[in-house]
Design a protein around this ligand. Structure first.
Ligand code: C2E
Ligand code: CA
Ligand code: CA
Ligand code: CA
Length: 278
């Protein structure tokens, strides 16, 4: 006997169809959530070694549904990627993150904001125009926007992708490779693409400093990044031992629970300027 779940009829429905039903429902709710303005962005501090200065913020989408509660982007972003709705979500995220950076700037807080870009979003013919328009509308300097691309994004259509990356770089936007090392990488593109930053994926940080393969991979990424003149940031840093290992390996920027969780914009501002009273 299988667990019934909320709806009793699930009992006789083959598993695949249950999945399809719940995915359709999730897709529907996701569209409604965007229409009703239920998405929020949280911002996770990126911290510089030594000074502990916050040098940037990664925008991460949050969705709290009245019925379902908090739904992880790890659950709905992949679904949105399949259905194509991630383009609409991505447009909203871009506008909102740029607007937030502009609000901070207007209050004297100059904070670069990093936005996750999905493959489908990057492939939109007007993506570069969309980015330029978002910056213009918010009157935000392009230097305060970073776009996090995954290796999958970069490998798909190299000619057009390369052209697009150069156009974004020409705007003054920073480009980084997210989850570096997890995709099917070709080292050649690191040289050809106008990338400024690598993010070491959490899966390689987790086993530090004990796991010999994580040690090897982390060292290799840091050294390669430095050889190419790229910034290297480690994500998912949870322990002092991980931080210390990465620091001695030559990685000087960190993001992870050891420093801070993703925060609401007001919490983020508090954290960055604790002495400012409103
Ligand atoms: P990601 O881009 O690799 O983002 C980092 C994820 O790791 C975030 O999960 C963050 O909350 C989490 N994290 C940060 N520090 C730590 C740590 O020390 N330990 C652990 N265990 N986790 C840590 P989150 O917010 O649940 O997002 C999951 C994924 O969903 C993101 O992975 C990204 O791929 C996607 N995502 C989130 N927001 C957006 C968005 O606005 N647009 C797009 N396209 N994707 C997004
Ligand atoms: Ca990211
Ligand atoms: Ca990442
Ligand atoms: Ca990751």
């Amino acid at each position: 006997v299988k667990e019934g779940g909320r709806a009793g009829f699930r009992f006789h429905v083959p598993r695949k169809e249950v999945d399809l039903l719940s995915r359709m429902r999730l897709d529907h709710d996701m569209r409604q959530a965007l229409a009703e303005g239920r998405f929020r962005l949280h911002y996770q501090p990126q911290v510089e070694l030594g000074s502990d200065r916050v040098i940037g913020a990664e925008a991460l989408i949050r969705w709290r549904d009245p019925q379902r509660g908090e739904i992880s982007p790890a659950e709905f972003i992949p679904l949105a990627e399949e259905s194509g709705f991630v383009v609409a979500i991505g447009d909203w995220v871009l506008k909102e993150a740029v607007a937030q950076a502009a609000r901070w700037l207007a209050r004297g807080l100059r904070m670069p904001v990093a936005v996750n870009v999905s493959a489908l979003q990057f492939q939109q013919p007007h993506f570069v125009d969309t980015v330029a328009a978002a910056l213009r509308d918010a009157m935000l300097p392009a230097s305060l926007l970073e776009l996090e691309l995954t290796e999958g994004v970069l490998m798909r259509d190299t000619e057009e992708g390369l052209r697009r990356m150069h156009a974004l770089a020409a705007l003054g936007v920073t480009l980084s490779i997210d989850d570096f090392g997890t995709g099917y990488s070709s080292l050649g593109y690191l040289k050809r693409f106008p990338i400024q930053r690598l993010k070491i994926d959490r899966s390689f940080v987790q086993g530090l400093p004990g796991d010999p393969s994580d040690v090897g991979i982390a060292n290799a990424i840091v050294q390669m990044g430095r050889a190419l003149g790229l910034q290297v940031i480690a994500e998912g840093v949870e322990t002092e031992a991980q931080r210390d290992f990465l620091a001695q390996a030559g990685c000087h920027e960190f993001q992870g629970y050891l420093f801070a969780r993703p925060l609401r914009p007001d919490e983020f501002e508090q954290r960055v300027r604790p002495r400012r009273h409103v």
